[in-house]
Design a binder for this molecule. Structure first.
Ligand SMILES: [Zn+2]
Length: 134
């Protein structure tokens, strides 16, 4: 990416963040309220992915995986895809990619740039977990 475009995207992200800070459009992301069970965990996660994708358009290319599919695509053992708590998305364009990477935390998501896609997983759990996996 050129320095000019990088600057423009950075300025755009700062403007979005400042806009919220000074009373602009409030964030509608769901906080990590106490989550009772796996069903609620999945609902909470998918809602936050949906809200993020309203600000940064992207296509979901992977969500829930079986263990055999996870092995086939060389996912890490214990991947959150196995619990439907991770998605892979292909951003619509570079601006969208930058926004996803910068805004994910506000939507209680960990974003990992895997070059040909962005892996998003929840940071909110019903029970303690011991790992994060792409
Ligand atoms: Zn993934």
């Amino acid at each position: 990416m050129s320095k000019t475009k990088s600057f423009i995207y950075s300025a755009l992200i700062v403007a979005l963040l400042v806009g919220d800070a000074v009373g602009g459009q409030p964030s509608t992301a769901s906080p990590c309220f106490p989550i009772a069970n796996h069903h609620d965990e999945v609902v909470h996660f998918t809602e936050n992915v949906f809200l993020l994708l309203q600000k940064a358009p992207a296509s979901v290319t992977s969500w829930c995986r079986t263990t055999s599919r996870n092995r086939l695509v060389k996912g890490v053992p214990g991947s959150l895809h196995l619990r439907c708590l991770a998605v892979d998305v292909v951003p619509e364009n570079r601006k969208s990619r930058m926004l996803i990477l910068h805004l994910a935390r506000r939507f209680k998501l960990l974003a990992i740039d895997e070059i040909d896609h962005v892996h998003l997983e929840t940071v909110c759990f019903a029970r303690p977990v011991h790992r994060h996996a792409a």
